[in-house]
Design a protein around this ligand. Sequence first.
Ligand SMILES: [Zn+2]
Ligand SMILES: [Zn+2]
Length: 377
Amino acid sequence: MATRRDYYEVLGVARGASEADIKKAFRGLARRLHPDVNADDPAANERFREVAEAYEVLSSDESRALYDRYGHAGLGGRAATSERPAGATNLGDLFSMLFGDEAFGGGGSRSGAMAGADAGAEVQITLAEAAFGVRRDIEIEIVAPCDHCGASGAEPPSQPDRCGTCGGSGSVQQVQRTMLGQMVRTGPCPTCAGRGVLIEDPCKVCRGAGRRPERRSLGVTIPAGVDHGQRVRITGQGHAGQNGGPPGDLYVQILVEEDARFRREGTDLVTAVDLTMTQAALGATVTVPTLDGDAELDFRAGTQPGEVRVLRGRGVPALRGGRRGNLRILVNVVVPRNLSGDQKKLVERLDQSLAERNFREESEGFLGRFRRARDGG
Ligand SMILES: [Zn+2]
Ligand SMILES: [Zn+2]
């Protein structure tokens, strides 16, 4: 497969382009490149698909943000080929949504075969599973080919008959006036409703549809480094097509559970560690959580609240390349709230001792003189 072009470049807009600019650019290109205007130009068709795919991604705030941040990889395999724009929309939907009419045939093919729709599912995983990848079995309800009739729609042993009106192609040509002027439009055959076949004795299981709903269990491999809201595409596991059309794809939306210990920032993780006042003052070895298990970390005497320790390579792997980010550990110093009488006396003694030492240390220096002058001492 050729390398994929930048979506902004495809639409010819700047990265910071407004929603309106993106829509305008898409409309202009779509009018010029639409397959019904360029029926015999495969290059234009290919380009139209590319443009539609770019528009679908950039017109949604969510997918645009993912794309801006992670590029094509951020879409989680979504729209991974230019075979068809990603998601539930097909070209026809996209076009009639934009132009508000049915001037164009859209995604329907010329042979009566129709691609199946894409299906969706959700999977909830933990942060560690998102970081290291996981395999999950999911249950989906999809429209599958009917076993009983072998997807033909005709009750065995009968067979569907070829439609005489369209000769089995499922489509007929009509001349139509549209907003772009007069054009020849290929539309579904009225006799067979675009199927290309007529069924005398419909299948008793699927009532002639050739497809029926089915619950299916499916193993899904979720790649390491995936983030909340991304989608994993599983090619060909969507709803069955019609009349020999290919099945749609399955999009599995990833939901990453909140983690009590870590906050994720891209490939970095952030956590906090509590040191007691005395641990911070005297230094201590403290257990900190990491995605790879607990780690012992030494804090030197005089560790300050707000200090950040960085454990390199203990973050989340990048979806592409697998390079792991860092774990940042923020130090919090816990000040005791309810001191007993004895403890209070100890702290007071400490306070006094510190004050004396500070006075001695600083009395000779500039800071000491400055403080005495300020305090009137
Ligand atoms: Zn027909
Ligand atoms: Zn059937």
